[in-house]
Design a protein around this ligand. Sequence first.
Ligand code: MN
Length: 243
Amino acid sequence: MQPRIGITCDLDLGTGKDFRAPGRPTHVLYDDYVQAVATAGGVPVLLPTATRGDNTASYMQILHGLLIPGSPADVDPACYGEEPHPRLGPVNPRRTSFELAIVRQARAQGLPIFGICGGAQVLNVALGGSLYQDIPSQVSKAYKHSGSPDPSHLVDLVPETRLAAILRVQETRVNSLHHQAIKVPGQEMVISASARDGVIEAVEISSQPFVIGVQWHPERLFADDEASRRLFSAFVQAAATYA
Ligand code: MN
């Protein structure tokens, strides 16, 4: 049986920048997430942001894996006990509260979880970690981590982590489209990759088959990058084992 992979959608709040009417929230998801999951052998199940997070237990009955994609919005720093920094971006409370709830539910059930970019940040916050709200103003001598859809900076894999075993390399060059980063990893989480400026680029729970967050976008490199394909394959394989 092919495992069913829940993918949370973005809740576009309807700012009127495209064809949708202003003020009408709309669920959207980039196709490359769907294609990467499907190509790796999973069945994508798109998850809308419910008003409240209290229906997440029902989703667990049909899912074998959970993918949290990136987001144009930041996690409200109140979720990790901080006041907003002046360079904090827009927040999306409905999407964030749903994602925090479903990640915690998935973690409690032992479901494989894959967080990508903003999704890695959500995963980390859901499990009790914190974030840098703005890399350029809070991390001294950091690289430029925003605005590079093509591979830009290197990340070094931490030996003997799940991620290093999956990618089977010591370093890999990744794209970088984030202005925030993980500050303190969440409960049971360890760093599995960092950029050479010290910015954390991946975290995981090593005791679990697949609870991994990566700060880059493997779904955008999928077509040409063996490491990205391995990552999605390992995720879907872990979900198949769970199923
Ligand atoms: Mn980066």
